[in-house]
Design a protein around this ligand. Structure first.
Ligand code: ADP
Length: 246
């Protein structure tokens, strides 16, 4: 399902390096409505490519958990399912991208989410003349499937395992299979808040996807089926695009 694009419109400047010794490297920007599986795919790609997984939602939640000034500033915004102001997001992402582990790329999950964040990122990458290709990947799933997925999500705060009360329930209701810790639900994973996140996504993030469709290598994949097959769909599309570009 990936879209054709004109090479002149790409921000990426070099083809993916393919050698037996080094895995291909690059930057992946993951898009999809909440619950589409961005985090899961990001972890898979991060392991395979040996580049860090940067989830802005996770970074913000760590700040909230530690009650940092940023965490205090964003907690209520996040609980309401609203977007954190662009200035705070850009500052946080800039600090993370400056770490040396991003030199060969990264998997960005949850950023950019507004046109302001998108143009800031492209400008930053263009100025730095990054040497890796950039792939924008959109994962599709229907809203009904997503709602069930998200409202059913439960997390173990100790080992970070995620369960789903409909599709992957814990053996003992409400408790983690691995360490028996009581499972919790993200405050923004309730039906009313999820619907609001969908609306915001349609209003603010949909134009961002259009922005990348013409500026980076753009891939669309269906988000249903086992985790491994979705990863395989993404990698197959990356391979095809890399061959076109080489
Ligand atoms: P999801 O993709 O399921 O909505 P995330 O974990 O990516 O969840 O994000 C959780 C919350 O963190 C968002 O609802 C928003 O409040 C905040 N957030 C994360 N990334 C961004 C961003 N790029 N811009 C603004 N707010 C963000």
């Amino acid at each position: 399902m990936e879209s054709p694009m004109h090479p002149a419109q790409m921000v990426s400047v070099r083809p993916v390096r393919k050698t037996a010794a080094k895995p291909p490297v690059g930057m992946v920007l993951l898009f999809g409505l909440p619950g589409a599986g961005k985090g899961t795919q990001a972890k898979e790609l991060s392991k395979m490519w040996g580049v860090p997984h940067i989830s802005t939602g996770d970074l913000l939640r760590i700040n909230v958990a530690h009650m940092t000034p940023l965490g205090r500033a964003v907690k209520n915004i996040m609980d309401r399912g609203e977007l954190v102001p662009d200035s705070l997001m850009k500052e946080m992402v800039e600090a993370r991208l400056q770490k040396s582990d991003t030199a060969r790329g990264c998997i960005l999950d949850g950023f950019p989410r507004t046109l302001d964040q998108a143009s800031w990122l492209i400008e930053r990458l263009t100025t730095l003349r990054v040497s890796f290709p950039i792939f924008a990947v959109r994962i599709h799933l229907s809203r009904n499937q997503l709602l069930r997925r998200i409202t059913g999500r439960r997390h173990c705060s100790l080992c970070q395992t995620t369960f789903n009360i409909y599709e992957n329930p814990p053996k003992r209701e409400g408790f983690c299979d691995l360490d028996n810790t009581a499972l919790s639900q993200r405050p923004d994973d309730t039906e009313a808040i999820v619907k609001k996140r969908f609306e915001l996504d349609a209003a603010l993030t949909a134009p961002v996807i259009e922005y990348f469709r013409t500026r980076t290598q753009f891939i669309e994949v269906a988000g249903d089926g086992p985790v491994g097959s979705i990863t395989a769909r993404i990698l197959a599309a990356v391979d095809r695009l890399s061959l076109v570009q080489a």
